[in-house]
Design a protein around this ligand. Structure first.
Ligand code: GLN
Length: 456
């Protein structure tokens, strides 16, 4: 913990951390040492990590990357934070992210961008960009992230680390500041599938405080990851695993950097005994308009609670209550958050609801059904995480559409609520990391981790 606190300090220029509490971390680390000495240590006892600043924490401020929450302090810990604390982990602090987790590059944080440790002129991905950069720069061995439409998988890919978004409902959303409640999921970001498995076992599991929490017994993802496949051999640990390649995930426009690395990883899976099969997810392109209707619709509702009364920022001068709401929200929210609130309010409004929101919901169901058709032919689905490697900071010139289009390969699994992960697949000619995406059927995290572990 002491060593890493030094690294966090030395690499403050990356912009990964929004808050560090060295004294608290050292005290927790000392308590972990004592537990270890008393023979009470678990796999995560004393492991340093940090939390995406979208999880509320009672002992540290929480901003969600927004000016709106400046000065806010939660009276309780998010379930994910509380469970990792109970497992003995040592939190070093809170990590930068896109404002309310809306973005793909960490360029929408009110507290400045995060730099990609592999090339500090590039973005680390987003919205969990502080998490991916901190792990990639070896400031912490692990971090929490959240993924609504790709925010664990895409920054993991851009930063060359491993991350998993479990099935919707595996991790409690209690205390995770809501963006789009039907899509939001927490998950671990770390250096390996094995570390992710240990973290997810502690983070996940039923929570009565989240009405959408899956009612299942606690899972040992580490044991599931190590479980031997039937008929597998030491040389071919993935023998019998059918890996589906959706043809829509390999368009002609896929960057050569990404295509090359992903194909090499697929060849590696084959060597490990897996068979590659062609499958189709015909509505892949439609996942972009569907997501960018549903997610803003839910966001416009969720973010109505930030009104200057209950949390954080309140405008200094106003004439009446309505004026206070307006000024507070105008000052507190950034451009992307305002854009999402306006789109969401529009698609939910009378006269447009049927044309946009309802259509999107119907297509969401069809996208989920397409996956089930694929899983008749394969056990896991593989492809790229993103169409390109990490772009340069400012390169998109604030064009939101460009960022939305780059979410094409992560949105389908989010809309279907399926587990997905990003595993490092090497580096492109640009020298930047590329991730391989693995998508599993509901609650098949163990299988994803098993395949990823074999690859690593
Ligand atoms: N890039 C997507 C968006 O901006 C996904 C973000 C997320 O998963 N939190 O909405």
């Amino acid at each position: 913990t002491r060593h890493l606190l030094g690294r966090v300090d030395a690499h403050a220029g990356l912009g990964a951390f929004l808050h560090v509490d060295a004294d608290a971390a050292l005290a927790t680390a000392a308590a972990a040492d004592a537990a270890r000495a008393a023979g009470q240590a678990g796999a995560l006892t004393g492991v340093p990590l940090a939390h995406k600043d979208i999880f509320v924490t009672e002992d540290m401020p929480t901003t969600a990357g927004s000016k709106m929450l400046a000065g806010y302090r939660s009276p309780f810990d998010a379930t994910v934070v509380a469970r990792l604390k109970a497992a003995g982990t040592v939190s070093l602090g809170k990590l930068n992210c896109d404002e309310y987790a809306m973005g793909s590059a960490n360029e929408n944080s009110a507290f400045g961008p995060v730099k990609n440790p592999w090339d500090t002129t590039r973005v680390p991905g987003g919205s969990s960009g502080g998490s991916s950069a901190a792990v990639a720069a070896r400031l912490v061995p692990a971090a929490t992230g959240t993924d609504t439409g790709g925010s664990i998988r895409q920054p993991a890919s851009f930063s060359g680390i491993t991350g998993i978004k479990p099935t919707y409902g595996v991790c409690s959303r209690y205390g995770m500041i809501a963006f789009a409640s039907s899509l939001d999921q927490a998950g671990p970001m770390a250096r390996s599938a094995e570390d992710c498995a240990l973290l997810l076992s502690a983070m996940g599991g039923f929570d009565e405080r989240d009405a959408t929490s899956a009612q299942r017994p606690a899972q040992d993802y580490h044991a599931q990851m190590l479980a031997q496949r039937e008929g597998a051999t030491a040389a071919q640990p993935l023998k019998g695993l059918r890996v589906g390649l959706p043809r829509e995930f390999f368009p002609a426009a896929l960057a050569a950097d990404v295509n090359g690395s992903v194909r090499a990883a697929l060849a590696e899976l084959e060597k490990l005994g897996a068979t590659l099969v062609d499958v189709s997810l015909p509505r892949t392109e439609l996942s972009i308009p569907v997501y960018y209707i549903i997610a803003p619709a839910e966001a416009s509702s969720n973010l109505s609670r930030f009104d200057g009364v209950k949390f954080g920022h309140r405008a200094a001068n106003y004439t009446d209550l309505l004026d206070m709401y307006k000024k507070t929200r105008a000052e507190g929210f950034g451009a992307e958050v305002k854009r999402r609130i306006m789109i969401g309010a529009y698609v939910l409004s009378h006269g447009y609801y049927d044309a946009y929101y309802l259509q999107a919901q119907k297509l969401r169901r069809m996208i989920a059904d397409d996956f089930q058709a694929c899983f008749q032919q394969c056990d896991v689905i593989a492809g790229p995480v993103a169409p390109t490697v990490a772009w340069h900071i400012g390169e998109q010139g604030g064009d939101p559409l460009q960022a939305y289009l780059a979410d094409i390969f992560t949105l389908p699994a989010s809309l279907a609520g399926l587990p997905g992960m990003s595993v490092p697949a090497g580096f492109g000619a640009s020298g930047m990391p590329v991730g391989l995406q693995l998508i599993g059927n509901y609650f098949q995290e163990g299988q994803l981790l098993h395949a990823a572990h074999a690859l690593q």
